[in-house]
Design a binder for this molecule. Structure first.
Ligand SMILES: Cc1cc2nc3c(=O)[nH]c(=O)nc-3n(C[C@H](O)[C@H](O)[C@H](O)COP(=O)(O)OP(=O)(O)OC[C@H]3O[C@@H](n4cnc5c(N)ncnc54)[C@H](O)[C@@H]3O)c2cc1C
Length: 416
């Protein structure tokens, strides 16, 4: 058995890299292992909201680099209605977002963690060693060779499938929303556009509309990231072929993107989005979940990068306390902190997602919404989680209102 770090972080995406960054910054002995080699790709829309940008600023990320494309807001479509909304002013968050390819973003954040003193090893897969239901060690596998270590704490940041987490007994709540999304890259002369674009009324080839949205995210380098995502709150969602929805979406993109049959650069690939903190338990005696492994994606907009950074940072603060006072139960306190921080917001989001599972209501909401700039400005604030602290009470009021709508709407149950 080789020498073990105090903390092992499993997975080098946003959740793992942020955990390692904040742990190392606090002086902890931390090792991050990523099973792929950097730069590694991750199927994603590559969109960073002001919340995510704030986390990157806090970690000292170079946001002036050439590959970072700045975004000033959201352009929303529903059918032929359209509205351009700048990011709202906020006392904590910047008024700009960004796009950046995940291969570059994730490698650079891992490098920031290493610069703080974390040991970052790519090409290393971690496997949980469990005895009598307890995590008693971790096998690190490199080119078939196995090294067993016994860290004091393991931060599980292994993404949406979370095999490491499942080995510890975690499971996803099937009655919580779940997203399926697909994206590809296309050449576009408009790739320096300053707005994220989303189409709120997406349909399959048969013309059936479904909850979710299509997006075009300009990358600033001659390419755009185009994708669609659907949410599990409607009948028949399991049968949806997201690639076909993507084809239908591509066929009706606005002309300003100038995307045609020959524009495809990288064929679409798909992925899963576990939402609303649907995975638990969030922590055990010597481990905790962050990011997608905890189901941290925001059901309102499918954003997961920021919540991986935020939960990674939050987890790090509890690990530091546990290391200073072993056996004090601080890891389980992290699970309660997640509920305190995000519980009310996600209750609203879940109610909203159930409401839009009713296609008639979804169409009505988007069409009414897009005719009202003040309503959409407010909706953007809620959906991107950019309310000011003194506006947060509004979430509960929205929740009550949506609850009433959902209670009378047909078919309000999420099916899995
Ligand atoms: C099509 C699509 C579009 C999306 N678009 C956006 C978007 O525009 N903006 C946004 O904010 N979010 C978006 N998301 C969500 C976002 O991609 C995720 O929420 C985010 O990547 C979560 O980060 P993470 O660190 O938890 O997991 P991941 O980024 O998945 O990282 C997990 C890492 O763990 C590694 N790993 C797994 N198992 C092991 C193991 N046993 N040992 C070692 N390493 C391991 C993996 O290789 C991986 O690198 C999108 C998702 C999809 C599917």
């Amino acid at each position: 058995m080789s020498s073990s770090p105090d903390v092992l972080v499993v997975g080098g995406g946003p959740g793992g890299a942020a955990s390692a960054f904040w742990l190392a910054k606090a002086g902890a002995d931390v090792r991050l292992v990523e099973k792929k080699r950097y730069p590694r790709d991750k199927t994603c829309g590559d969109g960073l909201t002001p919340r995510a940008v704030k986390q990157l600023i806090d970690m000292g990320f170079d946001l002036d680099a050439d590959d970072v494309h700045r975004i000033s807001g959201l352009r929303a479509y529903a059918g032929d209605l359209t509205l351009e909304l700048p990011w709202p002013r906020h006392t904590i968050y910047p008024t700009w977002g960004a796009t950046l390819r995940r291969a570059d973003l994730d490698m650079q954040v891992a490098a920031l963690a290493a610069a703080q003193g974390a040991t970052v090893d790519d090409g290393v897969e971690a496997r949980a060693v469990v005895a009598d239901g307890r995590l008693v060690g971790v096998d690190l596998v490199v080119d078939g060779a196995v090294e067993r270590i016994t860290p004091r704490v393991v931060v599980v940041a292994d993404g949406s499938l979370s095999r490491f987490g499942r080995a510890l007994g975690t499971h996803r709540r099937r009655d919580f929303p779940y997203g399926l999304a697909v994206r590809g890259y296309y050449a576009s002369p408009n790739s320096r556009d300053g707005f994220l674009e989303s189409q709120l009324d997406i349909r399959d080839r048969e013309g059936r509309s479904m909850p979710g949205y299509g997006w075009v995210f300009p990358m600033g380098d001659g390419t755009v990231n185009v994708g669609v995502g659907v949410i599990s709150s409607f009948k028949g969602w399991k049968e949806v072929n997201t690639s076909k929805v993507q084809d239908a979406y591509l066929a009706q993109l606005p002309d300003h993107w100038a995307i045609g049959p020959d524009s495809e650069l990288v064929a679409p690939t798909g992925g899963k989005l576990p939402m609303a903190f649907s995975v638990g338990p969030k922590a055990g005696e010597n481990w905790m979940l962050v990011g997608d492994a905890a189901g941290a994606v925001n059901p309102f907009n499918g954003e997961g990068i920021d919540y991986a950074y935020e939960t990674g940072r939050l987890a790090a603060s509890y690990v530091v306390e546990e290391l200073a006072d072993p056996g004090s139960g601080r890891l389980r306190a992290y699970a309660r902190a997640i509920e305190d921080e995000y519980g009310a917001y996600h209750r609203v989001a879940r109610a909203f997602v159930i409401a839009i599972g009713n296609p008639t209501l979804m169409r009505a909401l988007t069409r009414v919404g897009l005719r009202s700039r003040p309503l959409m400005e407010w909706a953007l604030k809620v959906m991107a989680n950019l309310l000011e602290p003194d506006e947060v009470g509004m979430q509960e009021r929205v929740y009550r209102a949506i609850e009433r709508v959902v209670a009378v709407g047909p078919d309000p149950v999420i099916r899995s």
